[in-house]
Design a protein around this ligand. Structure first.
Ligand SMILES: Nc1ncnc2c1ncn2[C@@H]1O[C@H](COP(=O)(O)OP(=O)(O)OP(=O)(O)O)[C@@H](O)[C@H]1O
Ligand SMILES: [Mg+2]
Length: 370
């Protein structure tokens, strides 16, 4: 059992809040990913949960018990760092068994547990080696093993895959997902890599400048981003964001950006309103019957099975993504259209999502009536 709850968690360094009133309920057995750009406070938040960076304000509970002021060693949480922090002069077996020996278990007890964990992590053949005789991926597994032997209530991991090359990272990603499923233990995992977040998380918590922007399943944060920040952080290339105007015509609403007119399929009389229109690159079609966005192809990117066309539309860059070949060349004129079901609308100033999407709710909400 390990449910971790944060209430108004705040950590200040001098006058600056690295973590700013974060409230988050991490359920038992979740794989929660803390995601955000460099400096947004991910590591600080994780270290606060571990007890390594005491909070300035707010509360942390573990299974309902207040642990805000509990020393790290009494929290029943195991931390895995980006730098593996292995003891170079100790064998793999002794590195893995270290926490057990430090807690006073006998050599034999430690050995049994180490063997069990080594089997889970496929390290049984390396137990007598020193860390320097291992590959980066194997070292990472030893660091994981050292956390695993303790049978902690939860694992806290800070960018554990960032020192691995691309191929190994992909392989270790699926190993971790598998391990999580097998153990059923709570994982709190820090990364700035949206692919890691999307593929491994049961829920993603997106942080921006110390504040929580959105918490949701990978599908929720991708399909219904709560803000332009989340919309542009998840997805590669990022969601296209265009200045647009909401216009009522004969009682029906349209989002108008340059020559593009998207009928929103709702009836409402609104004064003209400035918004930001979001369309993911995979939701733009080349040509179409509707009124289109007109642009010029500037650059084509070959992604293997897919291709991305970077186009300029007025002063805005717009990306289109589709199966390769798209049949375009740099310098081509293009017209782009979209399906109204796939547009996102954001408040022009605050960047917050206007709580409406044609497929999700039939009527504009109060917040939508800007
Ligand atoms: N010990 C410290 N003293 C002063 N400021 C700190 C300290 N630790 C972190 N900070 C500041 O707090 C902010 C958040 O840092 P943190 O390390 O949590 O970011 P992060 O999201 O983990 O970034 P990265 O992805 O680069 O690891 C940064 O502005 C950082 O400079
Ligand atoms: Mg960090």
């Amino acid at each position: 059992m390990s449910r971790i709850q944060l209430e108004g968690a705040t950590k200040r360094f001098g006058g600056v809040a690295a973590v700013d009133e974060v409230s988050l309920d991490i359920g038992d057995g979740e794989f929660l990913v803390l995601l955000g750009p460099s400096g947004c406070g991910k590591s600080t938040l994780l270290r606060a949960i571990a007890g390594l960076a005491p909070l300035t304000a707010g509360r942390i509970t573990l299974d309902g018990k207040d642990i805000t002021h509990t020393p790290p060693r009494d929290r029943d949480l195991a931390m895995v760092f980006q730098s593996y922090a292995l003891y170079p002069h100790l064998s793999v077996a002794r590195n893995i068994g270290f926490p057990l020996r430090a807690r006073g278990r006998s050599k034999a007890q430690a050995r049994d547990k180490v063997d069990e964990v080594a089997k889970v992590l496929d390290l049984a053949d390396f137990l007598e080696r020193k860390p320097r005789e291992l590959s980066g991926g194997q070292r990472q597994r030893v660091a994981l093993g050292r956390a695993l032997v303790r049978d902690p209530g939860a694992f806290l991991m800070d960018e554990p895959l960032s020192n691995l090359d691309a191929k190994l990272r992909t392989a270790t990603r699926s190993e971790l997902t598998e391990l999580h499923r097998r153990l059923g233990t709570t994982f709190v995992y820090v990364t700035h890599d949206q692919v890691e977040a999307m593929t491994m998380a049961t829920r993603i918590a997106v942080l921006n400048k110390g504040k929580l922007e959105q918490v949701g399943t990978p599908a929720q944060v991708y399909d219904e981003p709560a803000s332009t920040f989340v919309a542009s952080f998840l997805g590669a290339p990022a969601m296209n964001l265009l200045p647009a105007t909401l216009v009522s015509r004969g009682g029906s609403l349209f989002a108008v950006a340059s020559e593009l007119e998207v009928p929103l399929g709702i009836t409402a009389e609104l004064p003209e309103t400035e918004v930001t229109l979001g369309i993911r690159p995979e939701h733009l079609r080349l040509g179409g019957e509707r009124r289109d966005l007109r642009g010029i192809v500037r650059l084509l990117e070959n992604l293997g099975s897919e291709e991305v066309a970077h186009c300029s539309v007025g002063d805005t860059r717009v990306c289109v993504r589709g199966p390769r070949p798209l049949g375009l060349a740099a310098g081509d004129d293009v017209s782009l259209s979209t399906d109204p079901a796939h547009v996102h609308l954001f408040h022009r100033d605050s960047g917050r999502r206007l709580l409406w999407a044609p497929s999700l709710s039939p009527a504009p909400t109060k917040e939508f009536q800007v």
